[in-house]
Ligand binder design. Structure first.
Ligand code: DP6
Length: 356
């Protein structure tokens, strides 16, 4: 384990806090861990934080020994999720030993564990809430490292807009941290999520990436070609070059899924409707729209587009058989505390949803 962050000054703890965070989608994918503790990524990644889906997490420390209670979407969390939550709380409790057992209540207003990055938003919200409840004052990099130990994509949800998660080189992961690249308002793209299946995926990302790197004959090429993809995406974001971002993001997505498919046994996250949606998005681009696709470890398709292209992208995707509903997301903010009575949603636009 990496040593806990040192010299974190304490404020007076309230014992309880509530935070919200949003999922992020990777434009250049994280898929694979390097050896060492704490989810050290084998490759860097670049993502966008979305504002149309929200995790809301309340943490209360009881100040007495006991078992942590973890409730997810209104029910007791499964054993694996509860273990991951406890591990993050234990890291924080090592800085505040009097904290005692915790009660955690977390809810998502979107499908959990279905390839919509609920672990990223979930652990980012948990970290921000628990840090405040314990009166800790962590640096951005400390927060990034702790979130990464819980889930490799979670540090990216700590920040809003476009975010880069560094692969890092050091064995203790001190340089494997997320940093913002560009604010959401500086390039206000939209993301249309086509929900194809709400059920939890059968093979989680951790298991999928481990198997892919261990068994795919293409694993070496995936790692070797990654720095060029990161550089390309960074430059596309810096210059707001949509066509360039589209090309590198679609290539990274297809490469990641090719890696998963070529594992032994192969991993296929897509359903038939996933493929239909990808073809529809390519056709829209050929018709002159600014739109590209990406898919994470699940069947849902995300269409990234400009505001001007949004109406036709929505119309085309909602017409596809097999698309259950659309979630339209502007780019969003990083994880943050909610004050009592404050609404998680922000602007009405940030929660615009519709049936497909
Ligand atoms: C396909 O962050 O869920 O969404 O580190 O094991 O928790 P763990 O994996 P996770 O993997 C995300 C994989 C991905 C690509 C990405 O978000 O970069």
């Amino acid at each position: 384990m990496t040593a806990p962050p040192e010299h974190a000054p304490r404020r007076v703890p309230s014992g309880e806090a509530c935070a919200v965070a949003h999922p992020n989608i990777a434009l250049v994918k994280y898929w694979g861990k390097r050896s060492g503790p704490g989810n050290l990524p084998a490759v860097g990644s670049i993502s966008m934080t979305l504002d149309g889906m929200t995790t809301r997490t309340r943490v209360r420390f009881l100040g007495a020994a006991g078992d942590d209670r973890v409730c997810l979407d209104g029910a007791d969390a499964d054993a694996k999720t509860a273990r991951r939550v406890r591990a993050l709380l234990d890291r924080l409790r090592s800085l505040a030993p009097e904290a005692g057992a915790a009660e955690v209540e977390s809810s998502n207003d979107f499908p959990t564990g279905a390839g919509l990055a609920s672990s990223a938003s979930g652990f980012a919200a948990l970290l921000v809430a628990a840090e405040s409840a314990l009166g800790l004052h962590l640096t951005d990099d400390d927060r990034s490292r702790l979130a990464r130990e819980a889930s490799g994509s979670a540090p990216r949800s700590l920040h809003g807009g476009f975010v880069e998660m560094a692969c890092g080189r050091s064995d203790d992961g001190r340089d494997a941290v997320a940093r913002p690249l560009l604010a959401a308002d500086d390039w206000p793209l939209k993301v249309v999520v086509a929900v194809i299946r709400e059920e939890e995926k059968e093979i989680g990302s951790g298991e999928g990436m481990q198997r892919s790197l261990a068994t795919s004959p293409y694993a070496g090429s995936w790692i070797a070609s990654h720095p060029a993809d990161l550089e390309d995406a960074r430059e596309a974001i810096r210059t707001r070059d949509f066509a360039r971002l589209a090309a590198v993001a679609e290539a990274s997505c297809l490469k990641m899924h090719a890696l998963a498919m070529s594992a032994r046994p192969g991993i296929l996250y897509w359903r038939g409707a996933t493929v239909e949606a990808l073809h529809a998005i390519v056709a829209l681009r050929q018709e002159g729209l600014d739109v590209f696709f990406t898919v994470d470890a699940g069947p849902q398709v995300k269409a990234v587009c400009t505001e001007a292209s949004l109406p036709r992208v929505r119309a085309r995707l909602s017409d596809l058989p097999g698309v259950r509903r659309l979630i339209v997301c502007p780019l969003g903010r990083g994880a943050r505390l909610l004050r009592p009575g404050e609404d998680a949603a922000g602007s009405p636009e940030s929660r615009r949803r519709e049936g497909a």
